[in-house]
Design a protein around this ligand. Sequence first.
Ligand SMILES: CC(C)(COP(=O)(O)OP(=O)(O)OC[C@H]1O[C@@H](n2cnc3c(N)ncnc32)[C@H](O)[C@@H]1OP(=O)(O)O)[C@@H](O)C(=O)NCCC(=O)NCCS
Length: 156
Amino acid sequence: MIVPCVRPACADSDLPDIARLDASSNPHPWGESLVIDALKTRKNWLVETADKESETAENQMLGWLTASQWGDQSELELVVVSKAARRQGLAKKLMNEWLDFAKQEGVTECLLEVRESNVGAIHLYESLGFELVGRRKNYYQTEQGRESAYLFTLKI
Ligand SMILES: CC(C)(COP(=O)(O)OP(=O)(O)OC[C@H]1O[C@@H](n2cnc3c(N)ncnc32)[C@H](O)[C@@H]1OP(=O)(O)O)[C@@H](O)C(=O)NCCC(=O)NCCS
């Protein structure tokens, strides 16, 4: 039986798979040097398949979440799920892992910024209780020009 499981990412051994996921499924890829920096300096989790009936089957990495933390605040930097594995609740699993961990660490507020065109991600954040608290006009570069960022927070 194949089940998805979430675990903390390992900065060295998980780098190749995370860099591949960033390149293939992030619409605005970070590139390897930013991925390395995130794995070294932030909190990171990944979701992968685990075949419970085979000890030899290789796990397949399907998603990655990276977040920063300062004192009682934590900020989502990126959550990305493989294009082939979307709408199966994997991003939600990663988000809940981050929120549970942050709460245990004494964080009281989680923050994030998202492109206003990213309707899927906005639905995901709202489904977890995040509230829209602001908008940064023309914050992100797009192929056509610029677009605004929405700012969301969640008290935990
Ligand atoms: C945004 C993203 C991470 C969602 O991953 P996912 O694993 O497909 O999300 P989930 O299956 O956990 O979705 C949970 C809920 O979020 C909402 N949601 C997710 N994707 C959605 C979409 N494309 N359209 C509308 N709602 C969506 C739904 O409410 C969904 O619940 P439902 O499937 O029961 O309706 C994924 O589309 C992705 O990797 N996008 C590219 C990277 C990105 O934009 N990241 C966010 C900015 S950092």
